[in-house]
Design a protein around this ligand. Structure first.
Ligand SMILES: NC(=O)c1ccc[n+]([C@@H]2O[C@H](COP(=O)([O-])OP(=O)(O)OC[C@H]3O[C@@H](n4cnc5c(N)ncnc54)[C@H](OP(=O)(O)O)[C@@H]3O)[C@@H](O)[C@H]2O)c1
Length: 275
């Protein structure tokens, strides 16, 4: 970066692994300073190392589900000027359970991480978002609008998260803050490991997800590829799409409707490889 240039700033929750890590590395390579949030310190310091050091990534060990955790994120943001991007990516698939086995405490924890956390993090950071021009991106899921056996908590929380996006997109747009949402497809991350590890009695479709993983070919779904059908996408390819959404999509389209990586109508705008 040129001397004196001011870096853009992104807060990415769940940045230590999976989609959040890949997006953090991609944006950091483009000169965005990343406040990388997660509960475990080691994945965040490894991300910092892999991104080139403290100039590029600030690890923020915090739980988005707790008020203390959100306060720690606000505190970490204080030295960094207006926030350009808030990526609400931290999420949990737990509990994967049939009706008889859903525990109230696990149900509440799923809502605390997937719904309450991002809503109240946005509330806490709202005054620090760049006006005009900040972009808030929800990492949503197709599970918001369809049933998957055993995923009752995940489907319900992602549906609520989608609703929060719609309300915030309408409420904050007049203030110059754009809120968008995206379905990233089915992606080879630790969350998919948890899905493949589920008991078939709790999740009857577990073999479908095992099949998607088994069908992955080495080198497939490199960054800039159309998302594969019949196998898992890579976090790096999803990050190429999310980077396009955050930095190159238009203001009018960013929060207008939820984006879906599988929608071929936008592939020519961010893919760089032939199908
Ligand atoms: N993979 C898929 O196929 C897929 C499909 C659709 C949507 N998504 C969505 O994509 C997002 C990222 O998931 P992923 O697939 O990349 O899985 P992942 O690797 O498991 O990422 C989840 C991240 O969230 C962090 N996290 C969890 N609870 C947290 C909390 N309370 N506070 C702060 N950080 C927390 C985790 O780190 P710590 O444990 O260290 O906190 C982890 O780094 C999720 O919102 C998920 O619902 C994934």
């Amino acid at each position: 970066m040129a001397a004196g240039a001011v870096s853009r700033v992104a807060i990415i929750t769940g940045a230590g692994t999976g989609i959040g890590r890949a997006l953090a590395l991609r944006l950091a390579a483009d000169g965005v300073h990343i406040l990388a949030v997660g509960r475990r310190e080691t994945p965040l310091t490894e991300l910092q190392r892999d991104a080139g050091g403290a100039e590029h990534v600030t690890p923020v060990v915090a739980d988005v589900a707790s008020a203390d955790g959100r306060a720690a994120i606000v505190s970490a943001a204080k030295g960094h000027g207006p926030i350009d991007f808030l990526v609400q990516n931290a999420g949990t698939i737990a509990p994967i359970a049939a009706l008889a086995d859903i525990k109230p405490s696990e149900w509440e924890q799923a809502f605390a991480v997937n719904v309450h956390g991002p809503l109240f993090l946005l509330q806490a950071l709202n005054e620090r978002l760049r006006r005009p021009g900040a972009r808030v991106l929800h990492i949503g899921s197709g599970a918001a609008s369809k049933a998957v056996g055993g995923w009752t908590a995940y489907c319900a929380t992602k549906a609520a998260f989608l609703s929060v996006y719609r309300s915030m997109a309408a409420e904050l747009r007049p203030e110059g803050v754009l809120v968008g949402s995206v379905r990233p497809g089915i992606v080879n991350t630790p969350m998919q490991v948890a899905i493949r590890d589920a008991d078939e009695a709790a999740m009857p479709d577990v073999s479908f997800f095992k099949g998607l993983h088994a069908a992955m070919e080495p080198g497939a779904a490199a960054p800039g590829s159309a998302p594969p059908s019949g196998s898992l996408d890579t976090p790096e390819n999803v990050a190429a799409f999310l980077s396009f959404l955050l930095t190159r999509s238009g203001d009018d389209e960013f929060g207008a409707e939820e984006w879906d990586i599988r929608d071929a109508s936008h592939h020519h705008r961010w893919t760089t490889r032939k199908a």
